[in-house]
Design a protein around this ligand. Structure first.
Ligand code: IPE
Ligand code: IPE
Ligand code: MG
Length: 253
């Protein structure tokens, strides 16, 4: 699949097709990361329990994964549960974990069909043994895939990732004067992962909330007012289109 295949499948002349046509298929971001936010507010607007917002967000996840894979984006990372999200009521945390399990079960065939490689970033060992097993099974089943890499950030914290990297570096016995940025990079959760070119946050909040702190050093940030359950492929097309208009300088002129 590629951008032209994606465009060919969209209703001709539709707003989505018009947006997709403005994307340059040769300059796609190598890595798109999404801070999926606003599920609770989406539910509150409808006088529904918060968990209904999370449930509805599954459709947006599905669409983001399929659309990114079809566009030919090499890596997509979705922030699903932060280390700080344990502060939420137990019932909400359990509902989120149950939804994650249901998602994995229902989507594995789609990941197989699209040749998507699934990975988890975060402190997996603090999750329940059943969830750990399902995550590891999905990682194993898709390990040889060469299509898009789909990372889910779960029990993830950017500071925790840096702490874990520092611990691993210290344990490796390397002397302090030999530690470089490359040393740190090579001890991150997925060392070979390219930095996100584009970070999208939905729901109008303008903060990183401890997401990929090392990796976002030069990412382009795109803040969308859309609540995550309303996030559809046209929003993704628009984000990529806006990203391609940015002037990235990396400190140079
Ligand atoms: C994002 O939506 C989902 C997770 C953080 C798991 P929220 O649950 O944070 O929704 P708001 O921000 O309260 O609207
Ligand atoms: C960030 O959203 C975490 C995820 C999307 C998983 P939060 O809703 O937890 O962030 P804050 O608390 O508003 O910063
Ligand atoms: Mg939130």
């Amino acid at each position: 699949m590629s951008l032209s295949d994606v465009i060919a499948r969209l209703p001709p002349g539709s707003p989505e097709a018009l947006l997709a046509r403005q994307i340059d298929g040769d300059r796609l971001p190598a890595h798109v990361a999404i801070i999926m936010d606003g599920n609770g507010r989406w539910a509150a607007q409808r006088h529904l329990p918060r968990v209904e917002g999370h449930r509805s967000g599954i459709t947006s996840v599905r669409e983001a994964v399929e659309t990114s894979a079809r566009l030919g984006i090499p890596v997509l990372t979705l922030y699903a549960f932060s280390i700080e999200n344990w502060k939420r009521p137990r019932t909400e945390v359990s509902a989120l974990m149950a939804l994650l399990r249901r998602y994995l079960r229902s989507e594995l065939h789609m990941l197989m069909e699209h040749g998507i490689r699934f990975r988890v970033v975060g402190r997996k060992d603090a999750l329940s043994p059943e969830i750990q097993k399902e995550l590891s099974d999905a990682e194993r089943a898709t390990a040889a895939h060469t299509g898009m890499q789909f990372n889910i950030a779960l029990n993830y914290g950017g500071r925790a990732e840096i702490v874990d990297a520092v611990r691993a570096i210290v344990a490796s016995g390397v002397s302090a004067d030999k530690v470089t940025e490359k040393t740190v990079q090579s001890h991150l959760y997925i060392p070979e992962m390219p930095d996100p070119d584009l970070v999208i946050r939905t729901s109008g909040e303008a903060r990183l909330s401890n997401f990929l702190l090392w990796e976002v050093a030069y990412s382009e940030l795109l803040l969308s007012d859309v609540l995550f359950p309303d996030f559809r492929r046209d929003h993704l097309f628009d984000a990529v289109r806006q990203y391609q208009r940015r002037d990235r300088r990396f400190g140079a002129v």
